[in-house]
Design a protein around this ligand. Structure first.
Ligand code: ADP
Ligand code: MG
Length: 437
């Protein structure tokens, strides 16, 4: 028979969008040194475009012909991926467009999603070039996972799609105030944290949420690593710090609150994910995703701007009766949907890319500086919930609303500053597709 081109496996084509000013401004250099050789060896074809200004990536993604690409990769921090996702959601064909696999190669100062991808692959926590190399290798493997997006609405009616977090108080203050130490790379957060601790603020606010009440099944923390069956990359040739030949063995995770931590062994590569959780530590909270929230569940589609937020009422109206409201003084409020808040901040060890949950975490006023430092130090290992700090609360929710009552403050969505005022969001389960390797 005749060999026609459409019968041959086609070369993956990736659109690489690089922010030359991300992090310490090393993105282009790191990309040339560590990324391009690897993806060339993996026989991936690519176009590399450097962004010229904020929102450039967003506009580009809105205009491109998606059929020409197998994936769009943000080479920067989390901010550039946020632009890519929102560019896709702003397209008239958003419903198809948002299925485009997106990836991240961490070259910014805030690399939370890369930290989550690295962790999901069972790799030891990494920073800098090491994290970049891990993510580049995982990108070559091309495994795609559904990714929850949270539709976030602010008082002016602006709606955007977030894949990481909404933060208020300590965390958003550090994130934004440390911009001036950008030349330090990720260390800017450490310095920013120390500065903020010295003048610890509290914020009065009203926090409302719709609890995710369907507690039925345990959720595994570690996952198996799926290798491309015909992956071309000779792993032993890659200068990874960690022994990737041992990738079938996962790290111990001491992650769940209030339970005896137990090492979790992952199945070997290629075997199916564990369907029974009997051997796993039992968390004090574990939830089955709500099937009705799946975008495929046939709910009405909103016009030209993503799925409708059927759990939310307009910000001017009181929250529905099924919601819980807490009015208090807070040190921080964090709605997080991924495991990591930064590459070395294992903030929500129980989260998963498509668990359909917003993990609402807050620290109430009254906590001592020492206790707050202890929480942040423990967060590197993800063991902060084990301290059973009475000021720290975690609630898995489907939707939330935060109404700041303190007049001045900083709110961030995925690490980017947004208008200060009432803000609310609801999760849309598995709306996007993330290349997780
Ligand atoms: P970092 O983690 O270092 O903050 P991000 O990817 O979050 O890196 O990027 C920070 C911001 O830079 C984002 O808001 C993004 O929109 C913006 N940006 C993207 N490209 C450029 C550019 N060429 N010049 C200036 N800012 C840019
Ligand atoms: Mg950023």
């Amino acid at each position: 028979t005749e060999i026609i081109p459409s019968l041959l496996p086609h070369t993956r084509r990736l659109l690489l969008l690089l922010n030359p000013f991300g992090g310490r401004g090393l993105a282009l250099q790191w990309c040339q040194t560590y990324v391009l050789p690897m993806i060339t060896e993996a026989d991936i074809s690519f176009n590399l475009i450097q962004t010229e200004r904020p929102n450039h990536a967003r506009e580009l993604v809105k205009g491109i012909c998606l059929a020409e690409w197998d994936g769009i990769i943000a080479i920067s921090g989390d901010g550039l991926l946020y632009e890519v996702l929102n560019g896709l959601m702003e397209r008239p064909d958003w419903e198809e467009a948002i299925k485009m696999p997106v990836g991240i190669l961490p070259c910014g100062s805030g690399n939370a999603l890369a930290g989550a991808i690295n962790c999901n692959a069972g790799l030891e926590q990494a920073l800098g070039v090491e994290l970049l190399q891990n993510c580049a290798l995982l990108l070559c493997h091309a495994t795609v996972s559904p990714l929850d997006l949270v539709a976030v609405t602010t008082a002016s009616g602006t709606r955007s799609f977030s894949c990481l977090s909404v933060a208020w108080g300590f965390i958003s203050d550090v994130d934004i105030e440390s911009e001036k130490y950008r030349h330090m790379g990720a260390a800017r957060f450490t310095l920013g944290t120390l500065v903020r601790l010295a003048s610890l603020h509290t914020y009065r606010g009203r926090l409302s949420y719709l609890p995710a009440a369907e507690a039925v099944a345990h959720r595994p923390i570690s996952r198996s690593i799926t290798m491309a069956p015909n992956g071309r990359l000779p792993l032993q040739h890659l200068p990874l710090h960690r022994a990737l030949s041992d990738m079938g063995l996962c790290e111990e995770r001491h992650a769940f609150r209030g339970t005896e931590p137990a090492p979790v062994a992952c199945p070997s590569p290629g075997s199916p994910s564990p369907s029974s959780a009997s051997a796993l530590p039992s968390p004090s909270f574990s939830f089955e995703p709500l099937a009705g929230l799946s975008p495929a569940s046939g709910a009405d589609k909103g016009q030209g701007g993503g799925p409708p937020d059927e759990l939310l009422v307009p910000l001017e109206q009181p929250v529905p009766g099924s919601w819980v409201t807490v009015e208090d003084d807070f040190v921080l409020v964090l709605a997080i949907y991924q495991t990591h808040l930064g590459a070395d901040l294992f903030t929500a060890p129980f989260a998963h890319f498509d668990d359909g949950l917003v993990h609402l975490c807050f620290v109430k006023a009254g906590i001592s500086r020492a206790a707050l430092i202890r929480l942040f130090l423990a967060m590197e290992k993800g063991s902060h919930f084990e301290q059973e700090c009475p000021y720290l609360t975690h609630v898995p929710v489907r939707a939330f609303r935060l109404e700041p009552l303190t007049r001045k403050g900083i709110l961030t969505v995925d690490g980017e500053r947004v208008e200060y005022g009432p803000i609310q969001g609801q999760v849309h389960r598995g709306l996007a597709n993330l290349i997780t390797g």
